[in-house]
Ligand binder design. Structure first.
Ligand code: FCB
Length: 420
């Protein structure tokens, strides 16, 4: 802990996204979650006696479990749409001075070209509620779902989405720009492109390298235009993306491993950032994963793992932050977290990552904020509700919030560095 050092004006907070916490959405994801094919597949999976064995036994202590169909339907999620004030009271009580959330496109433009002013007003109230509590809003404009009418036009695979996206961005930003400085146009564009269009695990479940490349290219174009739109409306706005990047470590130093490492880093970490280099004011970095490179890519085996089996490797964040220095842009850690329903590892996880972040700061990397994923337990995409990522536990039957001990640990660190 002695080594810790953070600038006084550092942003401390947590992240959420609309589809995962709001509840009551109607978008391509909600339709997919309830589609016949999806439900049938889940029913088959749940019936398979081996399915249960994939999960650590303790996650069956809470509802819903991976064996419940309702686990996979976002439904009311955390009802954050109605409870944002009380959730921000909690964030404030936890010492946060910033908060990252996303605006749900399908609420703002439920039908092509018909913008719902009441929903824009809703987000104005969300931002106001943050400001009233001294929390700086970090706003993501697109965190994965799309309105159904847009899905029907081809979604991110069609280049039509580029003008649609910039029109949506213009509409939202021109109303909210007074109260927001930090904008993220896209969340993890390449994770989305890969899982939805190459691996076929998320809607629209395509498995095509061509679709994947086309989607990636549309995302780049959409970001660049949105960047210009926001800067035109608000020249002082700070605009970037939230980008998922992984640390790659060679098992042995040889040419094949070196080449694989370079390729992995380029494709996963740098290709997108390089393509938008002139169109970003900061780098939003989501850190979860790392790979060992040994004639292929594998997980780095670590002593501690999350409930989802992700190995936890805090030093990776430090190596990545050092590597990001070359972009010469301020860096915000826009996500970092773990599924840990018993809260066994979360305090350790936060402290260790912050130590490595502090180390990078000491070496001159310009890091200005840390957002833990997530403020609340929430709907973890195709895995559903069972992975518990929250600093705050949510009881999905009563919607009761319960602050986890790790959230107080995080608060202690925040207190130490923001009041000195
Ligand atoms: C990231 C996503 C976020 C959440 C975390 C666990 O890849 O951006 O929505 O699902 O993973």
């Amino acid at each position: 802990m002695e080594k810790f050092g953070f600038p006084k004006n550092f942003f401390w907070g947590a992240s959420t996204s609309a589809h995962q916490v709001e509840g009551g959405n109607h978008n391509d994801w909600t339709e997919w979650e309830r589609s016949e094919l999806r439900i049938k597949n889940l029913e088959l999976r749940i019936k398979d006696p081996n399915f249960r064995k994939r999960f650590p036994p303790h996650i069956f202590e809470k509802l819903p479990t991976p064996l419940d169909l309702e686990n996979y339907i976002s439904g009311n999620a955390c009802d954050h749409y109605n409870r944002f004030q009380e959730d921000f009271d909690i964030a404030k009580s936890l010492g946060h001075n910033a908060h990252r959330f996303s605006i749900e496109w399908s609420r703002i433009e439920p039908e092509e070209g018909k913008f719902n002013e009441a929903e824009i007003e809703h987000y104005r109230q969300v931002i106001k509620a943050l400001r009233e509590r001294g929390l700086e809003p970090f706003v993501t404009l697109w965190h994965w779902p799309v309105p159904v009418w847009l899905r029907d036009k081809g979604g991110w695979k069609s280049k039509k989405i580029i003008p649609y996206f910039s029109r949506y961005v213009e509409r939202v930003v021109s109303v909210l720009n007074q109260d927001v400085v930090f904008w993220m146009t896209l969340n993890e564009p390449l994770v989305f492109a890969k899982i939805s269009y190459l691996e076929g695990r998320w809607p629209p479940q395509e498995k095509s390298i061509f679709s994947y490349l086309r989607v990636s290219s549309n995302l780049i174009k959409a970001h660049k235009i949105a960047y210009s739109v926001i800067k035109r409306i608000h020249p002082n706005a700070q605009v970037g993306i939230a980008h998922n990047m992984s640390f790659f470590e060679m098992e042995k130093n040889n040419f094949v491993n070196w080449a694989l490492k370079r390729f992995g880093e380029w494709r996963k970490n740098y290709a997108f950032l390089n393509a938008i280099r002139e169109h970003q004011d900061f780098i939003g970095f989501n850190y979860y994963s790392h790979y060992r490179v040994n004639f292929g890519y594998s997980k780095i085996e670590t002593e501690k793992i999350s409930d989802m089996g992700w190995s936890l490797y805090p030093p990776g964040i430090y190596y990545m932050l050092r590597a990001l220095k070359k972009y010469n842009k301020p860096i915000y850690i826009t996500e970092n977290g773990l599924a840990d329903s018993r809260d066994n590892n979360r305090s350790w996880f936060i402290v260790e990552h912050l130590k490595w972040i502090a180390e990078a700061i000491q070496e001159g990397v310009d890091i200005r904020g840390y957002f833990h994923w997530s403020l609340l337990d929430n709907f973890e995409w195709s895995d559903g509700f069972w992975p518990r990522f929250g600093l705050v536990e949510v009881d999905y039957r009563t919607m009761e919030r319960k602050i986890r001990p790790s959230a107080w640990e995080y608060k202690k660190i925040i207190g130490k560095y923001s009041n000195e």
